[in-house]
Structure formats: structure tokens, C-alpha cells
Write a protein that binds this ligand. Structure first.
Ligand code: ADP
Ligand code: MG
Length: 470
């Protein structure tokens, strides 16, 4: 099982770079590795359409990638996912090979671990399962946005077009876009849905110019039924991309296709955004997300605790929710730290403990902006690997963990999205970063060494940010 997953991480990284985002999302992201026996790897997928597509069109591609990952040829068996596979896996899947795993994880962590063990193949799946409407807590701060998103997911192109959602970092924009994608793919699998970060859109565009495959680029984007573009504020200053987006937008809009955009601010606050794009964006529905009130923050903590099978007392939830106000990503990170500490020390979760763990975190909320570069520098200091290795390709063990911790800390301390973190770390795939964050977050609960390293790294970075202030 572990072997199958490890192999599939590497293989799917290779595949990811060879197919378009659309194909990736609709086909490969749905694949999970289940077994590796003798000369055969078994891959499962949720339905026959995807299986036929893989078996027919993409078999050679998959076989090549698997062979490259394994170092020798393997047979590939595509099977339909059967319901029993959804049951939590009883074995913790830590691919942390150095050191032995002395104590088996406590039962209450199994669920969390089984979510985490999955790798790139499963990450696609996991990602969808996590970023759903069901897992999104609504409150007054986001009710309107979520109602609009649902309406769009139910009737793409039928109601609000485009839907433009804006709000500051960590308030759930990506979650909502992914939830729309997930919903449409599940309810109407025949529709072509594409989620892209503005980064990816830009990169593909630049590549298409480089390879003079501009027509492929156009064709690809203009065939889509539902196009979701995340973090559109990054289009600022990119004239040719704006031009291309404008045409894509007009084609899709004219053909009644759905467009959903997210941004950290409204269109008229994006400098250098062309007037005609601005007015296109404003044509549909503009909706904002505000920081959630304390009840919503507590409900989010409760939901996360339930999902990860954490026993979270009310007063602790209230303490965390009262102190972390503006960013759900930070809210989740804080819960993770407190849980990890309590778990490692065998102590119950109390407000005293939460205060102890989050003290620094709460006290210095406004340092000078922390960059991935600063985090990399501190990682070099702490672990002694040079930056080139941290952002390089080697999968040597202690290096991989250091790299993954650095990614986790970057996710925690900056507002960078997964694709942007991936870029800072040597242009990897964003699912690699998601996997790293999940894995470190789970390991922190199991291994005090990891917990201590992460806390020390965060502290060093924050101290440095403060030093820069003075
Ligand atoms: P943004 O894209 O706006 O920066 P994200 O969508 O990445 O924010 O959200 C950050 C984290 O907070 C994600 O893990 C997301 O699942 C979670 N989150 C945000 N809002 C909610 C909510 N209302 N309910 C549950 N989880 C949320
Ligand atoms: Mg986002």
C-alpha cells in the first residue's frame, strides 16, 4: 500500500507535467493507487468513464510514468473504486523512513492520518473531498458568496456570470472555487470544468507563445464549460495576458459558459487592470467575503476538529477563535499546533495549554511581511542544507523532511497560495506542497522532534521579521 502510494506520487508528478490542467483534474486527479504486488500496480478510479479514458487514451502515458518512477516496467491495472475503499485505512502511512515508528498512533488519529497518507494521486481526491460545500461553514460574513457559488454550481452559465468573489487572504476563496469545481464534476461529469490559478494561466500562456502553440492554448481554454480562475489580482501589469483573458472571456461569455473569478480585492482596486476587463468583471455578480464573526470561527474549529477526530473543549475553541480573528488559515494552523502539543505531551487540551502554545503567535501578529525567501534562509540555518538543495529535486530523506517543513511554515506564515509556494520551491507541482503541508501537520502530532523543529523554525522566522522592523 505504502509502496503503491510512493510510486504513484512520483509517477503522477511526471504525468502532471505532461497533461493539461483540465485533463489532470478530470481524469488523473481522480486516481488512487491501491496496491503494488509483484509486477502490477493497481489504480482505482471512481467511474467507468474515467477508467475507459485512462485505459484507452492514456495507458501508454501512465505505463511510461510508472516505469520511470519504479525504475522498471510494471503492468498497470485500472479498477473501479469500490465503496469499501473509503473506509479508513488501519495502518498509518507515514513515509518517514528514518527512525522507527515506536508507538502505534492512537485510534483517534487514524482518521486524520488516513486523510494524510494519500499522495499526489490521492491528494487530488483528498483535495476535492476537503474543499467541498459540505465542509464550508457559512455565516453572515460569507453567506451571500456561498449562495451565489451554489447557484452557479447548480446552473453553470445560467445565473450569475461572471461570478467575482473577493476578500483578503485565508478567508476561503480557493475553497469556494474548488467546491464549485467539485460539485459540477460530480453532478455533471460530462461538463468540462477547469480550475486554474492565475499563475498557471499565465505560465501556460507564456509557454504557448514560446512553443508557438497559441492556437492550442486558445482552443483549450475556449472549450471549457466552467472556468474558475483563482487570484486574478496577479494579472496586474500583465498586458498581453489581460488581452488574452479578455478574448477568452468574451468567447466563453458569448457561448453561455460559466466564469468564476477570485481576487483579494474588487476589480476597481486592481491597478493597471484594463478598463474593458474591469467592466466585464463587473457585469455579473460581485460578492465579497468578510472575516467571520466569532461564532463562525468557532464553528469552523468544531468542524475541523470533528473531521480530524480531535476532542476540542468549548473553552479552548473559544480561546483560539477569540485570538485569531482575520484568517481561517491561521485559525486552522493554531488548532493544529495546540492539538499537536497536547498530543505529544499527553496533556488534555485546556485554555492554559493553548495560551502557552500560541503565546508568541498571538503576541506578534503584525511583523513585516514574511517571505518564502526568509523562510528558506532560516531553514538553511537550522538544517544546514543549501537553498539549492531545498528547492531542488533530490528526494533524499532528511532533506525531504526539511523541505516539507519549510513548505509547511511558508503556508503558515505567508499568504502565498499553494501554486505560489510551489514556485518558490523550485517550480514544483502545487499538489506536492499540499501533500507536504498535510504530512507535516500530521507528523507534528506524532513526533515531538518534528513539532519542535517546526516551532523553532517559525519562531526564528518571526524573530527575524521583527528584527527587520526595528
Ligand atoms: P483564500 O483562498 O481566500 O486565501 P482558502 O480558501 O485557501 O483562502 O482558505 C484557507 C483555509 O481556510 C482552507 O483550509 C479552507 O478550507 C479554510 N476555510 C476558509 N473559510 C472556511 C469556512 N467558512 N469553513 C471552513 N473552512 C474554511
Ligand atoms: Mg486562495
Amino acid at each position: 500500500m505504502v509502496a503503491a502510494k510512493e510510486l504513484w506520487v512520483t509517477a503522477s508528478e511526471l504525468l502532471r507535467s505532461q497533461v493539461s490542467d483540465g485533463v489532470w483534474q478530470s481524469t488523473f486527479a481522480q486516481v488512487s493507487p491501491v496496491d503494488l504486488t509483484g509486477d502490477t500496480i493497481v489504480l482505482t478510479m471512481p467511474n467507468g468513464i474515467i477508467r475507459d479514458r485512462l485505459d484507452g487514451r492514456y495507458r501508454p502515458l501512465v505505463e511510461d510514468a510508472v516505469a520511470e518512477a519504479a525504475g522498471h516496467e510494471l503492468k498497470v491495472d485500472f479498477q473501479l473504486l469500490i465503496p469499501t475503499l473509503f473506509e479508513p485505512d488501519p495502518s498509518p502511512e507515514l513515509d518517514f523512513r528514518s527512525g522507527s515508528h515506536a508507538t502505534p498512533p492512537k485510534p483517534e488519529h487514524r482518521q486524520a492520518m488516513s486523510n494524510v497518507g494519500g499522495d499526489a494521486g490521492a491528494v487530488g481526491h483528498d483535495l476535492e473531498n476537503r474543499y467541498t460545500f459540505k465542509n464550508f461553514v457559512t455565516g453572515p460574513s460569507n453567506r451571500f458568496a456561498i449562495a451565489a457559488a451554489l447557484s452557479v454550481a447548480e446552473r453553470p452559465g445560467g445565473s450569475y456570470n461572471p461570478l467575482f468573489i473577493y476578500g483578503s487572504a485565508g478567508l476561503g476563496k480557493t475553497h469556494i472555487l474548488r467546491a464549485i469545481q467539485h460539485f459540477v464534476m460530480e453532478v455533471e461529469p460530462q461538463r468540462k470544468v477547469l480550475y486554474v490559478s492565475t499563475e498557471t494561466f499565465l505560465n501556460e500562456f507564456v509557454d504557448s507563445i514560446k512553443n508557438s502553440s497559441g492556437n492550442d492554448f486558445k482552443r483549450r481554454y475556449r472549450q471549457i464549460d466552467v472556468l474558475l480562475v483563482d487570484d486574478i489580482q496577479f494579472i496586474e501589469g500583465k498586458d498581453r495576458l489581460q488581452e488574452e483573458l479578455f478574448h477568452t472571456f468574451n468567447d466563453l461569455y458569448g457561448a453561455n459558459r460559466q466564469i468564476v473569478l477570485s481576487s483579494d480585492r474588487p476589480p476597481d482596486a486592481i491597478p493597471t487592470l484594463e478598463e474593458r476587463l474591469k467592466s466585464r468583471f463587473m457585469m455579473g455578480l460581485l460578492t465579497d467575503i468578510q472575516p467571520p464573526d466569532i461564532e463562525t470561527r468557532m464553528a469552523i474549529l468544531r468542524k475541523k476538529a470533528e473531521r480530524d477526530a480531535i476532542l476540542l473543549p468549548n473553552d479552548v475553541s473559544e480561546f483560539i477563535a477569540a485570538n485569531i480573528v482575520n484568517n481561517i488559515r491561521e485559525l486552522e494552523g493554531a488548532l493544529n499546533k495546540v492539538t499537536a502539543f497536547a498530543n505529544l505531551n499527553g496533556e488534555p487540551m485546556t485554555t492554559t495549554l493553548a495560551e502557552q502554545v500560541l503565546g508568541d503567535f498571538i503576541a506578534d501578529r503584525q511583523p513585516r511581511p514574511i517571505t518564502a525567501e526568509m523562510i528558506l534562509e532560516e531553514t538553511v540555518q537550522q538544517f544546514g542544507f543549501p537553498v539549492e538543495e531545498l528547492i531542488g529535486k533530490s528526494r533524499r530523506r532528511p532533506l525531504v523532511i526539511a523541505r516539507q517543513m519549510a513548505m509547511y511554515v511558508t503556508r503558515e506564515l505567508t499568504d502565498l497560495s499553494f501554486p505560489l509556494i510551489a514556485r518558490e520551491f523550485g517550480g514544483r507541482d502545487h499538489t506536492t506542497v499540499i501533500h507536504a503541508c498535510d504530512k507535516i501537520s500530521a507528523l507534528m502530532k506524532e513526533r515531538s522532534q518534528i513539532y519542535n523543529h517546526v516551532m523553532a523554525l517559525e519562531k526564528a522566522v518571526r524573530n527575524k521579521a521583527h528584527a527587520g522592523d526595528r
